[in-house]
Write a protein that binds this ligand. Structure first.
Ligand SMILES: [Zn+2]
Length: 165
């Protein structure tokens, strides 16, 4: 889910459970918050408003530099089978960065991924383009590969290469 405002954030965390004046780590990224009376005071910059669960696992991946059990769990929980396919593709170096496009090699075809958008049928028919957490496995694979630096770099133009496929 995406949290757009501070109010929404607190509604989601049911802040009333916390003791006034108490202090603890909470929130999507575990920032420290302090409670004074009934008000909560952030002791760190505002939380991840507008940040999606996709951005969250991507950030964790980038920090770890590799696929950890925790990030694999998060990806699988959010994306199910699509996450599984994406992880497999990354481990097989099937995310290709060309000079002009990023391409994911599937079993039957290759797909161009740009800003989480993809040319595949899954993206076209099954996913809500307005929900940034709904990604096809190609787009997930690109996010993963970039975060852990596992893209396969090609110093070529895909528009040239594609003609030979
Ligand atoms: Zn796709």
């Amino acid at each position: 889910m995406i949290i757009h405002s501070e109010r929404e954030f607190w509604q989601n965390l049911s802040v009333r459970r916390f003791r006034p004046g108490g202090e603890r780590r909470l929130g999507l990224d575990g920032r420290l918050c302090r409670f004074a009376g009934t008000d909560a005071i952030f002791t760190a910059p505002p939380l991840l408003f507008g940040v999606t669960a996709v951005d969250d696992w991507e950030r964790r991946l980038a920090e770890a530099g590799t696929l950890t059990p925790d990030t694999v769990d998060r990806i699988m929980q959010l994306h199910g089978d699509r996450g599984d396919k994406a992880i497999e593709a990354v481990s097989e170096k099937r995310v290709k960065e060309y000079r002009d496009f990023t391409v994911v090699v599937g079993r039957a075809d290759e797909y161009v991924v740009e800003d989480d958008g993809c040319t595949c049928k899954d993206a076209e028919y099954n996913l809500d383009p307005d929900d940034p957490e709904q990604l096809c496995w190609h787009a997930i694979a690109v996010r993963i590969a970039r975060a852990i630096d596992e893209t396969d770099e090609h110093d070529m133009w895909y528009s040239d290469v594609r003609e030979f496929l």
